[in-house]
Design a protein around this ligand. Structure first.
Ligand code: S3P
Length: 486
């Protein structure tokens, strides 16, 4: 029985805004008439309680790895191909900015060819560099631009222009860059001609974007650059380490160590001076943060059996697989391999008759929170199925993502009748029977996708507003989900 209903519903008169240089927000047959325009604010999706999911799918390429591949190849020597490049609007923003910087880029489906200009070969952009909704584009690109001879202006959409950028300006200023912000927010003006100095920078937050920005700017200094992560109980990198892996893959010299104090560990990454990058082809694995929505949906829909093919399994990203194992989901990882320095494999979630989710009092805090930061909206939904619920702490960073995700999670779950408590740095969700509701996605792709999953667990028909925002990371999300329903 097909119980998902995907229709777009206009509640009030809409205005249509053409999207610049971007694929349509919806590609599926339901939205054919919207291919060239997107309707903001009143784009809605109806979803009803679902039966089991079955099938084998490939999710789009990892967004974090795709951004890095494009940017680092742009400043490498030589040309190279990226396969399985992420299909969403965020990575399209990165390509658009690189083109504006004079980098020849050709794209054929999800294969992208980048003709590297070397570290000093970029050209002054004729227009502001528009990062759209993409924080990764803005923060990593700033590291490249700080080392250039020309001035640039970096801008984003309303959500991105409200997110904190002082966190990248601070280390870049310390390195000698000339950066101007408006109350620590974008637009960011980056003046050319600065002579960047080496730095040993202690990150105030466990942010991979800030770490990456400093390391990339470090390519433009004449000495060693170190980035030190905040202390954590884990003797492991706590924020994603794709930049370090890719810099190494492209020929830079990177080393790491752990410093121990008071029983905690700080992860230190050191970039050696004089690192030049040499272009090499990059195969991007599927995005585990996107896979997470399907994994949770299958775990909650009795009788499901789905396999997600060729998904990234980097230790700093695969926390969702570990959580699933911990709570008794039947999850298997097969066909493991490593390419371009990144582990990958197939992930299967299946039900075995009476398989039940177990009482585990799941509490996520400290370093584990940083590693699961993008999965928090869907983990909150998972919490409604667990006998002991789920508690998330040390997650204040969620408040400065594409939306205030703590607030969005708590308010939307409450609308669905979920038992949820809000903390300044997280939330607690207890086992709840959800009922359909109107969901406010806040234009945040991960909130829209997480609550699409919640709607599949709920009695009645839910409506998700501004559902077109899923195109930021996964334009075909709803169609793919629909295709898995028996
Ligand atoms: C990302 C890092 C994380 C994550 C974001 C992508 C990256 O942000 O939330 O979706 O690609 O480096 P922070 O570095 O701000 O934690």
């Amino acid at each position: 029985m097909r119980v998902l209903v995907f229709t777009s519903v206009s509640k009030r008169p809409s205005w249509k805004i053409p999207i610049m240089d971007s694929a349509a927000r919806f590609n599926g047959p339901h939205f054919v008439n919207l291919r060239k325009t997107v309707i903001f604010d009143d784009q809605m999706m109806r979803i009803s309680k679902s039966g089991p999911l079955t099938g084998r799918i490939k999710v789009p390429g990892d967004k974090s790895i795709s951004h890095r591949a494009a940017m680092l190849l742009a400043i490498s020597k030589g040309s190279a191909e990226i396969t399985n490049f992420a299909t969403g609007d965020d990575c399209a923003s990165t390509l658009r900015c690189l083109k504006a910087l004079g980098v020849p880029v050709s794209k054929n489906g999800s294969t992208v060819q980048i003709f590297g200009k070397g570290k000093r070969g970029l050209e002054e952009p004729a227009t502001p560099l528009d990062c759209g909704n993409s924080g990764t584009t803005m923060r990593l690109l700033a590291g490249i631009l700080a080392g250039q001879e020309f001035d640039s202006l970096v801008v984003g959409d309303e959500s991105l222009n409200s997110r904190p950028m002082g966190r990248i300006a601070e280390p870049l200023l310390e390195m000698g860059a000339d950066i101007r912000l408006r109350e620590n927010r974008a637009p960011i003006k980056i003046m050319g001609g600065a002579c960047l100095r080496p730095i040993d920078y202690s990150l105030p937050v466990a942010s991979a974007q800030v770490k990456s920005c400093v390391l990339i700017a470090g390519l433009y200094t004449g000495g060693p650059v170190s980035v030190i992560s905040p202390p954590s109980e884990l003797r492991a990198p706590i924020s994603r380490d794709h930049t370090e892996r890719m810099l190494t893959y492209l020929g830079a010299e990177i080393s790491e160590e752990f410093r121990e104090a008071d029983g905690e560990f700080s992860h230190v990454i050191k970039l050696s001076p004089g690192s030049e990058l040499q272009a090499r082809d990059i195969r991007v694995p599927g995005d585990i943060s996107t896979a997470a929505f399907f994994l949770v949906a299958a775990a909650g829909l009795r009788g499901s059996d789905i396999t997600l093919l060729d998904v990234g399994l980097n230790d700093t990203r695969k926390g969702i697989v570990d959580v699933m194992q911990e709570i008794g989901v039947r999850i298997e990882v097969t066909n493991k391999s490593i390419s371009c320095g990144e582990p990958r494999g197939d992930i299967r979630v299946s039900w075995d008759g009476d398989c039940e989710l177990i009482e585990s009092n799941l509490k996520i805090s400290g370093g584990r929170t940083a590693a699961l930061i993008d999965e928090m909206p869907v983990l909150a939904v998972l919490g409604t199925l667990l006998p002991g619920g789920i508690e998330v702490r040390d997650a204040s960073e969620l408040r400065v993502k594409e939306s205030d995700r703590v607030d969005a999670i708590v308010k939307n779950l409450k609308r669905m009748g979920g038992a949820v408590e809000e903390y300044e740095d997280g939330f607690r969700v207890s086992k709840s029977n959800l009922t359909a509701a109107e969901i406010d996605s806040r234009g945040d792709h991960r909130i829209a996708m997480a609550f699409a999953v919640a709607a599949m667990f709920s009695e009645g028909e839910s409506v998700i507003n501004d559902a077109g925002c899923v195109a930021v990371s996964y334009p075909d999300f709803f169609e793919t989900l629909n295709g898995l329903v028996d």
